[in-house]
Design a protein around this ligand. Structure first.
Ligand code: R5P
Length: 289
């Protein structure tokens, strides 16, 4: 994607906070997705950027994304760059029990065979570092909100100690001299929901008397942050704050974090939520223009 011609943006209605939508997405009565590209004229030889959120209800959003990508592909666009602020299935990149499907690979292959020339996303769980990557032959640009989250908290707490609750997110705090806890997942919990318990969380650094800011790629059910908050408070931290790129906040996780002792919780706006105070908008606009 080095040499670029005129760029055309296809913006989903679920990204109206980033740019003016020009795609119509609806549902047929039977639940199938309807997609119409408004203002759709010429495509041949153009670099197309498709912007769509895959959350909430990732499975319901994947077909509309493929539909948005399909017209440019059929009309011989030069390239189709897919911008997905939060990439679902990114944690399904390993097999724990035999027979499990690596849905991260599946989704990347699906995007590739559907015509994606490149995927742009933020703090993708399976990449664990920023920059350009290739996964399942799909070029991926992984951007990060790590520095912006650190800047947000540094304004209030210049001496804060930044730490990730697991090694996977260490790249988000590493450049700032941050520390990392070590989280070990155990077996799947009983019940309907697919969810592996946190078996152990180790913290080999001192937090006594410190204002700690925990930084992770995502907060889903909140279990990781809650365990990390407790570790810090038990270790004598003066305060604990939480920052993450993606705030999914499932099952009232935001309240649970506050109940666990978090003085503040902040995320980016890859997923809109009440504490999305760090924005990816400026960075995203570079890909739309
Ligand atoms: C996984 O290791 C991720 O980096 C996050 O720590 C994790 O997915 C967060 O999920 P939850 O909030 O449910 O613990």
């Amino acid at each position: 994607m080095a040499e670029e011609s005129a760029r055309v943006g296809l913006v989903s209605p679920n990204c109206a906070d980033f740019a003016t939508p020009n795609v119509e997405l609806k549902r047929f009565a039977d639940g199938e997705s309807y997609c119409r590209l408004k203002e759709f004229s010429s495509i041949p030889g153009e670099d197309i950027v498709v912007l769509h959120r895959l959350f909430p209800l990732p499975d319901d959003q994947i077909i509309p994304l493929l539909q948005m990508m399909d017209a440019p592909r059929r009309f011989a666009a030069k390239s189709v760059r897919v911008v997905v602020p939060y990439l679902p299935y990114a944690r399904a990149d390993k097999v724990w029990l035999s027979g499990e499907i690596m849905s991260a690979s599946l989704l990347m292959r699906l995007l590739r065979v559907s015509g994606a020339s490149e995927l742009v996303t933020w703090d993708c769980h399976f990449l664990k570092r920023t920059g350009r990557h290739t996964y399942e032959n799909l070029p991926i640009v992984n951007l990060s909100c790590g520095m912006r989250i650190i800047e947000h908290f540094s304004k209030k707490r210049p001496d804060a100690l930044f730490a990730s609750p697991d090694l996977g997110a260490s790249y988000m705090v590493g450049a700032n001299g941050g520390k990392s806890m070590k989280k070990t997942r155990g077996e799947y919990a009983a019940g309907e929901k697919a969810f592996r318990e946190i078996a152990k969380m180790e913290m080999e650094f001192d937090v006594k008397g410190r204002d700690v800011v925990l930084v992770d790629d995502m907060i889903a059910g909140g279990g990781t942050m809650i365990k990390a908050i407790k570790k810090c408070l038990d270790g004598g931290a003066s305060s604990v704050r939480c920052g993450a790129t993606h705030g999914l906040f499932l099952d009232d996780a935001l309240s649970k974090l506050k109940d666990a002792g978090a003085s503040e919780v902040v995320t980016s706006d890859t997923i809109p939520n009440p504490v999305a105070k760090v924005s990816i908008k400026d960075e995203l606009e570079k890909y739309l223009k």
